[in-house]
Design a protein around this ligand. Structure first.
Ligand code: FES
Length: 125
């Protein structure tokens, strides 16, 4: 059986070949997250307005393989923007996906850009 985690692959901005238009800026909560679908992926997108930044990562929490990260709280861990899973509070860096309070595998993160009021997420395929 295919491992669902294999669906998600961290993507650097220099490797982006597809900018997927997810929705308009107004569709996302301020200082919160929302889930968007791209092909077979669920992507959590965060409008971190306190930092003036946007982040995207897999919606799948690797702890219990639940699609929940878009509903997590965002915050800061020693200067690192993070999301806390709403189920058991595992936290992940929104910059590089690292599990900040445990030894889970890093989650995949994706580049985000804003253009003419729309939110785009970068993928390699
Ligand atoms: S399912 Fe996310 S921390 Fe447990």
């Amino acid at each position: 059986m295919e491992n669902i985690l294999d669906t998600y692959c961290a993507t650097n901005i220099e490797d982006v070949t597809v900018w997927f238009k997810a929705a308009s800026v107004a569709d996302f909560p301020v200082d919160g997250g929302a889930c968007v679908k791209y092909k077979n992926k669920q992507i959590a997108v965060f409008n971190f307005s306190r930092l003036g930044k946007w982040y995207a990562c897999q919606n799948l929490c690797p702890h219990k393989m639940e699609m929940v990260l878009s509903r997590g709280m965002i915050g800061d861990d020693k200067g690192v923007p993070k999301v806390a899973c709403p189920l058991h509070k595992k936290t992940f860096s929104l910059e590089n996906g690292e599990n900040l309070n445990g030894d889970l595998e890093a989650i995949a993160t994706y580049p985000v850009k804003i253009d003419a009021g729309s939110v785009y997420i970068g993928f390699t395929e």
